[in-house]
Design a binder for this molecule. Structure first.
Ligand SMILES: C[S@@+](CC[C@H](N)C(=O)[O-])C[C@H]1O[C@@H](n2cnc3c(N)ncnc32)[C@H](O)[C@@H]1O
Length: 275
């Protein structure tokens, strides 16, 4: 490892301050490999030049690119398929019935990454069109990273990306081929409202009350206090009978006891305990 301790501390504090993501000691290799890629892309001679400039000048664009480079954006279409099956068969139909008189259903995908998750949700809603009837669902997708939001908005995926989890039936129905890329059709793309939102910011922009919140594979990067703060804010947005969806390895247990878990087949969901 060539990155020095002072450099590592600088990056660690920057990333913590901006996103609350914890970079544990021992993650020097990760900082080094990701920022080396960034340095090359930005035309620096090497990582040390990028770090020297960042520390001396506090160039806000460069600092932002560094933070974005340190986020992990791993995702796929219909990740943990059992969750989407359960949503389609049971969770969403039940919610839709309860919202029939209001004619509204609001869904928030809070760590959208490159878009595979919000587009999976949007495709699910299309499949549920008969059940929705005249209800017009609203889907908001947010992420910290501007670069990821750009990818969401572009809605263009490689063969490798569509091979990960996207059934061919849905690929045919919702995507158009352009050279080596598969682009989400306009109709689906326009059904999602993409916005920047930092989950770690003290205040969140105003969001409508939500029926479903997807907060998947993002709490894992935060410390216990940040997890508590974020779940407390989710609680204020989630409707009393709404559903919280976490990643398959995550839980609210030991973080926030006002949520209770419920299972649908192999998928685990969370809702607010009745008080
Ligand atoms: C591993 S991806 C998860 C993507 C998707 N939810 C899934 O489960 O496949 C984590 C995402 O969380 C985002 N993220 C990290 N810290 C964040 C923060 N403080 N505010 C908002 N998004 C954040 C990252 O930019 C990244 O796109």
């Amino acid at each position: 490892v060539t990155i020095g301790n002072a450099e590592f501390q600088f990056v660690r504090e920057l990333v913590m301050r901006e996103t609350a993501i914890v970079l544990e000691p021992g993650r020097e290799y990760l900082v080094e490999s990701r920022l080396t890629t960034l340095a090359r892309r930005e035309g620096f001679q090497g990582l040390e030049h990028l770090l020297a400039k960042a520390r001396a000048e506090r160039d806000s664009r460069l600092l932002r690119l560094m933070v974005e480079a340190m986020t992990t954006n791993e995702t796929s279409f219909f990740r943990d398929a059992a969750y989407f099956e359960a949503m389609k068969r049971s969770v969403l139909p039940a919610l839709i019935e309860r919202r029939r008189s209001e004619q509204k259903l609001s869904i928030w995908c809070a760590a959208a990454s490159s878009g595979q998750e919000p587009y999976s949700i949007a495709m699910l809603l299309k499949e549920l069109a008969p059940a929705l009837g005249t209800i017009r669902p609203s889907l908001i997708a947010t992420d910290y990273c501007q670069s990821m939001l750009k990818r969401c908005q572009d809605g263009a995926y490689s063969q490798l990306e569509v091979n990960r989890g996207l059934p061919s039936k849905l690929l045919l129905a919702h995507f158009e081929r352009h050279g080596t890329e598969f682009r989400v059709k306009d109709e689906l793309r326009k059904s999602i409202d993409f916005r920047q939102l930092n989950l770690a910011a003290p205040g969140w922009p105003t969001l409508p009350p939500m029926d479903v919140v997807f907060l998947r594979n993002v709490l894992i990067y935060f410390n216990q206090q940040t997890k508590k703060d974020i779940l407390a804010k989710v609680k204020r947005i989630l409707r009393s009978d709404g559903v919280l969806v976490l990643g398959s390895t995550e839980t609210t247990i030991n973080v926030d006891t006002t949520f209770e878990r419920f299972e649908v087949d192999k998928a685990v969901f969370y809702r607010l305990r009745e008080t």
